[in-house]
Design a protein around this ligand. Structure first.
Ligand code: PLP
Length: 387
């Protein structure tokens, strides 16, 4: 029978009736690396924890359910999820397309593999019809999308781009790290694969590095899981346990992230020190209408531009509610300088093409009391203005 409960309730209650032996409310953690066979040729279903592990399976099934997928594999990091996906779905000599403004580590991985001659790589602006018109005749085997993009929060029309990519026979993967399935479900828009850095919103507490790769069909899931086992990319049981614990509060956290981000974006948009604010929740943002239609909320990430690096440094020095740190999706607010931090792997010309300037700062908005965040950021912006 179909589970009629909402995603939020399913996330909160994942695995609560799982322990049939002692009826523990919170499901136990299985740390064993190996499992006894009943007899030769007959295992219990679990054999060795690189191939599968009960705690990892519970998290994988939960994330697959939330993403409307057929199944998932939990990996040791978001990069391990991308590595598994690319090993499985980028044949030798094929054309692979990635967003021109994707996460810096993703850019580095795909460029490094292309540099080894594994495939031909094309960087595409998936918000530009002209850029995409040049891609389709090259018949890419694999297309990776990120929406919203990092750090400019550009919104890609996922259903339209996925349909066009399928038209030329491509497998389409969407990195859904920035929104989580609480706010966007790419498989429902036609994607074949969803990637997560669970390090971010899914775990939500900045204490686990992990990833997930979700397949839309059992065949895709089987391929992904085969490659994960082959490469050794799966995540550990303890990390899976912690991530499942974090996932239980996904609904309330995402609501608070969105509310706080909207308030900060409105502050930034009217402050004289700020030349541009990138947040799809602002009505004049170029991605606003599409995000309203495609997403269930505008998310907890935003970026903005100050005059130059010196102004950015003045803003950062003295903040008390924003830690200067990479990453995102934790309950605490983080601020970073993409050009020298998250996107440092991109050379300056690639950063410029992606729209990343020296005066840009990115905020991963946390769930602190909004008045504290507003007061602290306003003081930083006032400092940025004083030269
Ligand atoms: N995808 C996105 C959108 C990210 O922001 C990140 C990391 O910041 C990754 C993938 C890689 O994830 P991880 O750091 O867990 O390997």
């Amino acid at each position: 029978m179909a589970d009629r409960r909402t995603r939020i309730t399913r996330a909160t209650r994942a695995g609560l009736a799982w322990d049939q032996q002692h009826h523990a409310v919170v499901p136990p953690i299985y740390l064993s690396t190996t499992y006894a066979w009943t007899k030769p040729g007959e295992s219990s279903g679990y054999e060795y924890s690189r191939s599968s592990n009960p705690t990892r399976s519970l998290l994988a099934d939960t994330i697959a359910d939330l993403e409307s997928g057929a199944g998932a594999e939990i990996t040791a990091s978001g990069m391990a999820a991308l590595t598994t996906m690319v090993a499985a779905f980028a044949p030798a000599g094929s054309v692979v397309a990635i967003p021109h403004d994707c996460y810096g580590g993703t850019w580095r991985l795909f460029n490094a593999l292309a540099g080894k001659g594994q495939f031909e790589l094309v960087s595409v602006d998936f918000t530009s019809a002209t850029s995409m018109a040049e891609l389709w005749p090259r018949r890419p085997a694999l297309v990776l999308l990120e929406s919203p993009s990092n750090p400019l929060l550009r919104i890609t029309d996922l259903a339209t781009v996925i349909e066009a990519a399928h038209g030329v026979g491509a497998v389409v993967a969407v990195d859904n790290t920035f929104l989580s399935p609480a706010l966007q479900r790419p498989i429902e828009l036609g994607a074949d694969i969803v990637i997560h850095s669970t390090t971010k919103f899914l775990n939500g507490h900045s204490d686990v590095v992990g990833g997930a790769v979700v397949g839309a069909t059992p065949e895709i899931v089987q391929e992904l899981r085969w490659w994960a086992n082959c490469l050794g990319t799966p995540g550990g049981a303890f990390d899976s346990y912690l991530t499942l614990r974090g996932l239980r509060t996904l609904g309330v956290r995402m609501k608070a992230h969105c509310e706080n981000a909207q308030a900060l974006a409105e502050l930034l948009a009217q402050h004289p020190a700020v030349s541009a604010t990138h947040y799809p929740g602002l009505t004049d943002d170029p991605g606003h209408d599409l995000a309203r239609h495609q997403q269930d909320g505008f998310g907890g990430m935003l970026s903005f531009e100050l005059a130059d690096l010196a102004a950015a440094k003045r803003c950062l020095t003295g903040l008390t509610c924003f830690s200067l740190a990479e990453s995102l999706g934790g309950v605490e607010s983080l601020i970073c300088h993409p050009a020298s931090m998250t996107h440092a792997a991109m050379p300056p010309d690639v950063q410029a093409a992606a729209g990343i300037s020296d005066g840009m700062l990115r905020i991963a908005v946390g769930i602190e009391e909004i008045h504290d965040l507003v007061d602290d950021l306003r003081a930083g912006l006032d400092r940025a203005r004083r030269s």
